[in-house]
Design a protein around this ligand. Sequence first.
Ligand SMILES: Cc1cc2nc3c(=O)[nH]c(=O)nc-3n(C[C@H](O)[C@H](O)[C@H](O)COP(=O)(O)OP(=O)(O)OC[C@H]3O[C@@H](n4cnc5c(N)ncnc54)[C@H](O)[C@@H]3O)c2cc1C
Ligand code: FES
Length: 314
Amino acid sequence: MEKEADSKNKGMFSAAVAASRKISEQFYKLELVFDGSGAQQFARARAGQFAELDLANCKLPQAENIPDDLKDSANRKILLRRPFSFSGVQIKGDKTNVEILYCAVGPATLRMTTLEKGDCVSVLGPLGNGFSLPNDKSKAVLVAGGSGAGPIMHLAKQIKADSPNVEINVFVGAATREKLPFENCRFDKLTTGGVKTTVATDDGSAGDKGFVTDCVSSWLNESATADENKLDAKETIIYGCGPEAMLEVLAKIAERKGIDCEVSMERMMACGFGVCQGCAVECKIAGGNETIYKMCCKDGPVFDAREIVFKTKV
Ligand SMILES: Cc1cc2nc3c(=O)[nH]c(=O)nc-3n(C[C@H](O)[C@H](O)[C@H](O)COP(=O)(O)OP(=O)(O)OC[C@H]3O[C@@H](n4cnc5c(N)ncnc54)[C@H](O)[C@@H]3O)c2cc1C
Ligand code: FES
């Protein structure tokens, strides 16, 4: 498994907003355009890497557009940059466009919704280590929960471009149809062609009813026994991005089946590049019972699932 992503090319860049819009009940899409050295650095950004955006000077939406559950926190001053992964990176001549799929959950992301075409945003990145490409595999199983869909979309596009012989199976889960991160629920448009997509919602309002990890589990079991398209654990890799409980279940499924698995972990982040030590992830030391703390921003956010001591205990 190739692992080459890193943040050695990171920098502080000014990006212009190329587009910003609401795409579903809960999700927004922001498209940033970089030129000069920012364009060069972000052109190399890998799926799972992220950037820290300075949203302190963005204005709040009109009071009537602030959801009731965010009214109390909306006025909180924004001191720190906020981390976001990418749902796509496109090189357009000497510019690079970076797409971010995000959910408005608090004061900074609420402000982010008011960005308009032509606005400038200070961006620190690309940061962290992204997903490795499945160059020695024939099947990739990509699993997203909620806003984890952004980096999973990016990864699907990268695998298609760089490892065209790998079969890509995407699984996306959310609590309800409204919470799916797709425009008009058009999850078939996740990426252009050739990607098998399965959707699950907890209440069954779209796709299969139940947890997305149940869909992954039954798909793996079915593929393991079907004559056609038989699953070879060594030829398969699972990638996950979403809530920690979902990642823990994925890690267990992968361990039981002997399949490699990479998960993108989330922690609150301040600096984003290993200085503040605020984003610790407990990791197992191979071959013993000891653990160490790694920094989610610098050593991750993508980790080998076997390393992680999950906090959720599902
Ligand atoms: C590496 C990384 C990549 C990310 N990529 C995306 C993305 O592509 N799209 C997206 O919508 N969001 C993403 N996030 C989460 C995003 O950074 C937060 O939603 C954002 O910082 C919230 O800021 P806020 O001021 O609006 O809300 P806050 O008031 O800061 O947070 C709102 C709520 O979300 C919780 N929260 C915030 N950040 C985190 C976190 N990192 N881990 C766990 N809980 C958190 C808080 O505890 C609080 O309950 C990513 C986070 C990380 C660490
Ligand atoms: S956010 Fe500062 S060390 Fe990770």
